[in-house]
Design a binder for this molecule. Structure first.
Ligand code: FAD
Length: 459
């Protein structure tokens, strides 16, 4: 089936960090046939699918080329509420998925810090959550997915039947073709309440020690690091660790409706906020200080699921708080044993005055372009513009690469090609599979061009 000539709309796209805008011809996807047409008639600059644009940098844009907006092809295809298996179209947001699965007693096996991402975008980045040390990345929970390649062929991919194609597509940055739908294995929950332990640590050594000693006791674990703290307080953190509360843990009055969603009201950032950078300089210091003082330490605190997993979703378009120049997030992972390198980078990057950072321990590694590796990951938000950004982060990249670590491409907008190739040693393996699925090299995008991700011969 061929659609009539598709309606492309020229739009200026950026990632969540609002840097590096690109003019792209955007096609709202309405059917697989339309997508197949767009892939078949890709222009010189190629074609790339896009979800909700929550990757921070230039990953989901394709300047001068075509971008397929997958959010118009959403919805849930099937929910087996007895077995906890859901099939959703790639453009379905996690928010929509949660609305359907939570009342039935199920939760996402892996969730990022926002529900405003699509199933396809989450798979293309093989996203990780606060439970990576225990449950791995999202790909571990994908039963199967449907991929449409650039020759118009539809593939049902699974780890068991088609391991190479599956592993190349999960974490494959949208460059192996377009994911049309996916089937996920869900996590059973009895309530929408979380049981959380909150602890404050004094410095980075204290943070490392406590996470290492007791992380295995928690399904979810994360440390919020004060990115502005220096000297003796460098790396002081708030540990937020917990699990889903069971029915018997709820106060009696709440037991009759334990799966009440309670999404809470969404607040919008006023338009003036975008010209009034609220999170920079002294205001950022004040925000951090407030955050650290406010944290209530305690064990077994009961908290609704929404604010626990998605504290920032209550504030729509919060990225505008960083002002017109936007912001970037530097997220890297290094193997266990490289704690010294984490400290060195934290010290280096503190010059860029990051606001809050997130430190956590990762578990097992997955596909060739998947980001997590057994070790530490640290993510730091940096408001732009800032002096010495390039030299500081280039040096951080060197430290990461030498330690056998990597930078997360879903957050990246500035990594260099050589550093990228050093950080992802299984790149050639990925390229071989990608070339089979896209022999004419039609899948392209700004990040892929910048890092020469799909170059056929590695140098
Ligand atoms: C507040 C916030 C918190 C976050 N927390 C986390 C976190 O905890 N862990 C984590 O791992 N990430 C996190 N992220 C990053 C986010 O989960 C990823 O960037 C995710 O890919 C965004 O999904 P999206 O639908 O917005 O995709 P987009 O940003 O639109 O696209 C991302 C990639 O997916 C590809 N893609 C999109 N749809 C398809 C499709 N149908 N088929 C094939 N490829 C496709 C695109 O080509 C692109 O390469 C966070 C982001 C924000 C803004």
């Amino acid at each position: 089936v061929h659609s009539s000539s598709p309606s492309l709309v020229r739009r200026r796209l950026t990632g969540w960090g609002r840097t590096s805008p690109a003019l792209c011809d955007v096609l709202p996807a309405h059917s697989p046939a339309e997508i197949a047409d767009a892939l078949a008639s890709a222009p010189e600059r190629g074609v790339l699918p896009r979800g909700l644009g929550r990757s921070y940098g230039d990953l989901a844009q394709n300047g001068g080329g075509v971008v397929i907006d997958m959010t118009t092809l959403g919805g849930i295809v099937d929910l087996d509420a007895d077995r906890g298996i859901v099939t959703a179209r790639a453009g379905c947001s996690l928010a929509r998925l949660l609305d359907a699965i939570v009342p039935a007693g199920w939760f996402l096996p892996v969730t990022p810090g926002t529900r405003d991402v699509t199933v396809g975008g989450a798979i293309a980045c093989d996203i990780h959550g606060k439970n990576h040390h225990r449950d791995g990345a999202l790909g571990q929970h994908v039963v199967s997915l449907t991929l449409l390649d650039t020759r118009g062929e539809m593939h049902t991919l699974s780890r068991e039947a088609t391991p190479a194609e599956f592993d190349a597509t999960v974490g494959g940055l949208g460059l192996t073709g377009v994911v049309l739908d996916a089937t996920l294995r869900l996590l059973p929950i009895e309530t929408t309440t979380m049981r959380v332990d909150v602890e404050r640590t004094n410095d980075i050594e204290d943070t490392f020690a406590r996470l290492t000693a007791t992380d295995h006791l928690y399904r979810y674990s994360v440390a919020w690091i004060d990115g502005r703290a220096r000297g003796r307080r460098l790396g002081r953190s708030i540990l937020l660790r917990g699990d889903h509360a069971g029915l018997s843990e709820l106060p009696a009055a709440e037991r009759s409706d334990p799966l009440a969603a309670g999404r809470g009201r969404t607040l919008a950032v006023p338009s003036w906020a975008s010209v009034s950078p609220l999170l920079r300089g002294a205001a950022g210091d004040a925000f951090n200080e407030l955050y650290f003082r406010r944290a209530r330490e305690g064990r077994g605190l009961l908290e609704p699921l929404g604010p626990y997993f998605y504290p920032l979703d209550a504030l729509q378009d919060w990225n505008r708080l960083y002002g017109r120049a936007g912001f970037l997030q530097y997220q890297f992972a290094v193997p266990f044993g490289c704690e010294r390198e984490v400290v060195e980078i934290l010290r280096l990057v503190s010059e860029l005055r990051p606001v809050l950072g997130v430190l956590k321990r990762f578990g097992e590694e997955s596909g060739p372009l998947s980001f997590p590796l057994p070790g530490w990951t640290l993510a730091l938000d940096i408001a732009l513009p800032v002096a010495r950004l390039g030299p500081v982060l280039d040096r951080a990249d060197e430290i990461v690469a030498q330690a056998g670590g990597r930078v997360y491409l879903a957050k990246d907008v500035r990594l260099r090609e050589a550093a990228f190739a050093a950080m992802y040693p299984r790149l050639d393996e990925w390229r071989r599979t990608q070339a089979r699925l896209d022999p004419d090299g039609r899948m392209r995008g700004d990040l892929a061009r910048r890092l020469r991700v799909t170059e056929r011969q590695a140098t």
